[in-house]
Each structure stands twice: as structure tokens, then as C-alpha cells.
Write a protein that binds this ligand. Structure first.
Ligand SMILES: *[C@@H]1O[C@H](CO)[C@@H](O)[C@H](O)[C@H]1NC(C)=O
Ligand SMILES: *[C@@H]1O[C@H](CO)[C@@H](O)[C@H](O)[C@H]1NC(C)=O
Ligand SMILES: *[C@@H]1O[C@H](CO)[C@@H](O)[C@H](O)[C@H]1NC(C)=O
Ligand SMILES: *[C@@H]1O[C@H](CO)[C@@H](O)[C@H](O)[C@H]1NC(C)=O
Length: 319
């Protein structure tokens, strides 16, 4: 590669996913909305989002068993974790890693912790709470993210499809997972196994990551979207500037080309980036101030918020 690489990125506004920013339980799976930027500054404890009742997934675990609690951590924050079991009122009933100390403080990229559930503690519905420090943002280490999973702890479980997260068959408490699912409980999913899962319009690349999806579709020029299933009129990094509105002011190495495709009800955006790093683009509602500490409410969930859970400040919109 020369001293610079021009990269053209294609976006379709309709297909944007929230990217992962901070911390979110992946097993047992986080309660919905499973945002990963629920912190103790902008959301109320113990979970950041309220218990949605019946509509939340509940993971059934066996009393006294050991399991790997796993979480997505997109940024290597400093600090450690705590894992607690809360009763349905949010009170800590078991601090699985101790109540006062933080674990894994010397491993900022850890994404898993083995825990053993307490002997004799059964619950039809309780909560597994993960707390993760972001110590670099707070001198006292008191700034944390939290993520909760709704769980049930029983004396025994059935070897059935639900044991395998609904994505596999169970035999002798071993899961045989459907295509693209993996993990002891088929709890994780890759985007693809080979190019056929990318509509044969791209390559299935193993990113050698520590967390799912490890294998992802990298679309050939001219394709985009889930499983590279959509066709773009842009098939290379050469832009006809006459077709676009151009904005140069973003950054001296970044030029944005945008146009509205009315038939598709989409905005097509190409970023020309003269650099070797990553370039990305985010959206925020009109009128929201550029950074975190706006007084505008995050445009979701406000109606379902109850009790001590509150959204006092805007959450960052990160895509
Ligand atoms: C947790 O994961 C580690 C690494 O894969 C593995 O060695 C260990 O047996 C797992 N523990 C449980 C309880 O599955
Ligand atoms: C939760 O709080 C309610 C009302 O205070 C109480 O009746 C109930 O027993 C509590 N549940 C638990 C599990 O402590
Ligand atoms: C790049 O794509 C445009 C259409 O978007 C096409 O006209 C042009 O020939 C392509 N250039 C190359 C080098 O493939
Ligand atoms: C990219 O940046 C380098 C300076 O780092 C500059 O010399 C070069 O002309 C730039 N290329 C384009 C296409 O803007």
C-alpha cells in the first residue's frame, strides 16, 4: 500500500445497524432493548433498561452449575467487572465475584468470566447483572456500564431445543447447532460460513475475533447490505461528482458524496477517505447537540421507562 489508500464506503441509510460501542451481555443474552451503552450517568440502575416482563427472553440455568458469562466489549476500557444475581426487585441476592472488588482488572479485553451459581438458590425469574468499569473516564472508577439478563434458575433443565437457544438439537446435553450458530448452547451466531451465505456476492471472512460474529460477509464492489444481497450503482471507488452533493468540510482527509435515491427511499453516501485508518459516519436527530450532554431525550424507550429508570441525558448516537 502506498502512503495513502482511498476508500469508498457505501451506506444505505435503511440498513444501518447500531454498532457496538461498549458493554453488552451476550450469554445469558441481554434484556431488550439490548443497548451496549447503558451507563450509570445517563440511565438508572440496576440495569439501565426496565424489565419488560413476558416479552424478554429468559435463560434457564441449573442450580449450582458453572457457566461462562460472556459479553461484548467493543472498547478496552480500564477497570474490571462484577457479576451479581438480583431478585426481581433489583436487590443483589448473590454477588458471584464478591461485592466490593472488581475482577479482570488486569485484562481490559476479557469478554468472558466463569461463574458458579450458588447452591440451593432457585428462582423462577431473577436477573444476572454485569457491571463493567470504564475507569479511564472517572478518577474514582465510579463510572460504569451495566447490562442485565433475565434468568431463571431451576433444579434441572430439559435437554430440548430451548436448551440449545432454539437454534439446535439437544442430545445428552450436547447441542448440535444449526448452520452459522455455535457455542455450547448455540447461543452465538456468525454471519456466514462460506460465500453462499453472502449471496455469492462477497467473501465470508473469519476475522479471528473473540466474539461473534467472527465470520462476516465482505461484499464485492457493487454489493452491500445484509448478506451482500443488495446491488449498488457504485461498483468502484470512482465517483461521478456531478451526481452527488459534495461536502468537504467534514475533515481535511474526508470528502462526503451524497444523493437521495427516491425510488428506493434511501440516501446513498460515498466517503472518500485519504488515509489508512477507518472512517465512519453517524446520525443524530435534528436539534440534538453534537455531544453527549444534551438535555434531549434519547428518541426511544421513554414511554416504557418506569420507576427509577430514567434517561436524563441524550445517549450518543453511534452507528
Ligand atoms: C469457559 O470457557 C473456557 C474457555 O473456552 C473453558 O475452558 C471452560 O471450560 C468454560 N467453562 C464452562 C463452565 O463452560
Ligand atoms: C419485591 O417488592 C414487593 C413490594 O415491596 C414485595 O412484595 C416482594 O416480596 C419483593 N420481592 C422480592 C423477591 O423480594
Ligand atoms: C467505475 O464505475 C463506473 C460506474 O459507476 C463506470 O462507469 C466505470 O467504468 C468504472 N470504472 C472502472 C475502472 O471499472
Ligand atoms: C492524500 O494525502 C496526501 C498527504 O498525506 C497527499 O499528498 C495526497 O495528494 C492526497 N491524495 C488525494 C487524492 O487527495
Amino acid at each position: 500500500m502506498g502512503s495513502y489508500a482511498a476508500t469508498t464506503l457505501l451506506f444505505a441509510a435503511a440498513l444501518l445497524h447500531l454498532s457496538s460501542a461498549h458493554v453488552r451481555l451476550t450469554f445469558p443474552p441481554a434484556r431488550t432493548p439490548n443497548y451496549d451503552f447503558l451507563d450509570n450517568v445517563r440511565t438508572g440502575g440496576p440495569c439501565g433498561v426496565p424489565d419488560a416482563g413476558e416479552s424478554d427472553p429468559v435463560t434457564t440455568l441449573v442450580v449450582g452449575s458453572s457457566l461462562n458469562v460472556s459479553y461484548h466489549l467493543a472498547y478496552p476500557h480500564r477497570g474490571g467487572i462484577r457479576i451479581n444475581i438480583l431478585d426481581s426487585n433489583g436487590t443483589i441476592v448473590h454477588a458471584l465475584l464478591g461485592l466490593d472488588s472488581w475482577r479482570l482488572e488486569d485484562d481490559s479485553t476479557a469478554f468472558r468470566q466463569e461463574v458458579t451459581l450458588p447452591d440451593g438458590f432457585v428462582c423462577d425469574r431473577c436477573v444476572l447483572q454485569l457491571m463493567r468499569q470504564a475507569a479511564e473516564w472517572s478518577a474514582t472508577g465510579g463510572y460504569i456500564f451495566w447490562s442485565c439478563a433475565d434468568i431463571s434458575i431451576q433444579n434441572s433443565v430439559q435437554c430440548d431445543e430451548s436448551y440449545c437457544s432454539g437454534h439446535g438439537t439437544c442430545s445428552g446435553f450436547e447441542c448440535n447447532c444449526e448452520r452459522t450458530y455455535y457455542g455450547d448452547f448455540c447461543q452465538y451466531k456468525d454471519e456466514c460460513e462460506d460465500a453462499s451465505d453472502c449471496s455469492n456476492n462477497g467473501e465470508c471472512v473469519d476475522l479471528m475475533g473473540t466474539i461473534f460474529p467472527r465470520r462476516q460477509c465482505f461484499c464485492n464492489p457493487g454489493y452491500f447490505g445484509d448478506a451482500c444481497s443488495r446491488v449498488s450503482s457504485l461498483s468502484n471507488a470512482t465517483i461521478d461528482p456531478n451526481q452527488y452533493t459534495v461536502r468537504n468540510a467534514l475533515h481535511d482527509r474526508l470528502t462526503m458524496y451524497a444523493r437521495i435515491i427516491e425510488e428506493e427511499n434511501e440516501i446513498e453516501i460515498a466517503l472518500l477517505h485519504n488515509g489508512t485508518g477507518y472512517a465512519a459516519l453517524g446520525w443524530k436527530p435534528t436539534g440534538m447537540s453534537p455531544f453527549l450532554y444534551s438535555t434531549t431525550l434519547f428518541p426511544c424507550c421513554t414511554s416504557s421507562v418506569t420507576g427509577s429508570v430514567h434517561w436524563s441525558k441524550a445517549l450518543p448516537c453511534m452507528f
